[in-house]
Design a protein around this ligand. Structure first.
Ligand code: ZN
Length: 504
């Protein structure tokens, strides 16, 4: 590959640079001009840089190194990104509002977005390419600024101008939400799991009633007047099951979630003075969300003036990480149709979490919602990365895999998975060419193994404090990025196609 610097002396136009870009390690779609300055992203000495050629007044705004008169190599950092957004507003995230199909594409390492955008260029989806939970931030050693910055540079690299979202995912407190919003995030997913009192479902009807009677009388009267024994019919005619016991359970289980979402909305979200896609998530818990519970939560939030963009119930069946749906698809369809109907009734989107690889239910999701939903994926993008490692550096992959097996038991403390230690193949008996097969859809055990151990893999250190794997993985990500982009395009493409989304 030739060095881009030799191209700069020729005084070429944008168009001429684009044509020759690939020979010089320049990302053709990034070649742009603004404020009389030429900008593009180039590969330089093991790292990508923003190259700027123009007046000193513009160049001096960026942190980097002067390479020659009027040419500067700038770092792809947060400060430079903020300056770039003034010239290229499409590098800023924007709300989903108005886009019927939106897909969350969590990118734990911060190297997947170009692959995601190559798909988003072909299909009418709104990509939420910056999407990370606090737990993911901790395990990957990244900040909300880092996540959004990496995504924004990828947007510039790919010249993606249709807009993208940034989701502070599964946040639980005002403090966490304010942190994400302060970094410019456009979507907030409030995780209500800690307020969902699942223990209630273990109580007998008598015990449930007793607990219910301990609630404030005024509150009980208000809720009973609205919901107890009421015939609840949704737009479109669907009638909800509403027994006395279900009513008491719902009030007891979800009272805290309603209060949390209400206070977060009024005290934090609304005060932003800009539109935020506010999602309420009830999914990360042990109990399936009963349609009546979904309805009452939604009705209460609506009455309290909480404007939600989407809600994520926990559907029947199992949505385990990184593998296909486990359960009866017909039962899912019935359950999903009612939840979808409730979402329609209140005018927000249904959100499907743990949406990686749920191929058997995607056709249902696409059809029943009539192409109006939010879907979240994260783990599968990491798994495609590990698949790339298996293809492009089998010996590194073998070390990763064995390390993952050794840490599997510890990792299961944080995830609900069906995988068990005895199901992992002995890879010493496998040829290098066979290793990528470990990521095929039916290889649920190895997929889950590599999925749940990512935190261990990224944080493992040698005695001298250097990372055991992390640096090698980032190095490979740089060297083999097109291999990774291709895998993502294919795999996320399969998600999109199974959802029944037609290309432009
Ligand atoms: Zn979730």
């Amino acid at each position: 590959m030739l060095n881009y610097k030799s191209l700069m002396e020729k005084n070429l136009t944008c168009k001429q640079i684009k044509i020759q870009a690939h020979k010089y390690g320049i990302y053709a779609d990034s070649v742009s001009t603004a404020a009389g300055t030429l900008f593009f992203i180039a590969r330089a000495d093991g790292e990508k840089r923003l190259v700027a050629q123009g007046s000193e007044a513009v160049l001096s705004r960026f942190e980097g190194e002067d390479v020659s008169s009027g040419v500067k190599e700038c770092y792809l950092n947060t400060n430079n990104c903020k300056v770039m957004r003034e010239y290229f507003p499409y590098m800023s995230p924007s709300p989903i509002k108005g886009h019927s199909i939106s897909i969350g594409l969590g990118d734990r390492l911060g190297v997947a977005t170009p692959g995601h955008l190559r798909i988003a260029k072909k299909y009418p989806i709104f990509p939420v390419v910056a999407q990370q939970s606090m737990r993911e931030l901790t395990l990957t050693g990244r900040t909300y600024d880092d996540v959004l910055t990496d995504a924004s540079w990828a947007v510039f690299q790919e010249g993606y101008k249709r807009g993208f979202g940034a989701d502070g995912d599964h946040l639980k407190s005002a403090k966490e939400i304010e942190y994400a919003l302060g970094c410019g995030y456009t979507m907030i997913t409030l995780d209500c799991s800690e307020t969902i009192d699942n223990g209630i479902y273990a109580l007998s009807p008598v015990q449930t009633k007793e607990r219910y009677m301990q609630l404030d009388e005024g509150y009980r009267n208000d809720m009973e007047a609205k919901y107890l024994g009421k015939n609840i019919v949704l737009r479109g005619g669907t009638q909800l099951e509403n027994t006395e016991q279900l009513f008491y359970q719902t009030v007891l289980v979800y009272k805290g979630s309603i209060e949390l979402a209400t206070s977060i909305y009024h005290d934090v979200i609304k005060k932003q003075g800009r539109h935020i896609d506010f999602e309420v998530s009830l999914d990360e818990t042990l109990s399936t969300t009963h349609p009546l519970a979904h309805y009452i939560v939604a009705a209460e939030l609506s009455e309290k003036g909480v404007d939600i963009a989407s809600l994520a119930p926990r559907f029947v069946g199992e949505f385990q990480k990184g593998i296909d749906y486990i359960g009866d698809v017909c039962a899912f369809e019935k359950d999903f149709a009612i939840h979808s109907c409730i979402a329609d009734h209140f005018g927000y989107k249904i959100s499907v979490h743990s949406g990686s690889d749920k191929f058997t239910v995607f056709p249902v999701v696409g059809r029943i919602t009539n192409g109006n939903f939010h879907l979240k994926t994260a783990g599968t993008n990491w798994l495609e990365f590990v698949r790339m490692v298996a293809i492009d550096d089998p010996s590194l992959f073998r070390r990763l895999y064995k390390f993952a097996v050794r840490n599997f038991e510890g990792a299961t403390a944080h995830y609900r998975v069906n995988a068990t230690l005895d199901k992992f193949p002995d890879i010493d008996k496998m040829a290098d060419e066979e290793l990528p097969n470990l990521f095929e859809t039916e290889m649920v055990h190895t997929r889950q193994l590599m999925h749940i151990t990512y935190g261990y893999i990224l944080n493992e250190k040698h005695e001298n404090e250097s990372y055991a794997y992390k640096d090698s993985l980032y190095k490979l990500a740089y060297e083999k990025e097109s291999s990774y982009y291709n895998l993502l395009e294919k795999h996320i493409g399969r998600h999109i196609q199974t959802l029944g989304i037609q290309p432009y």
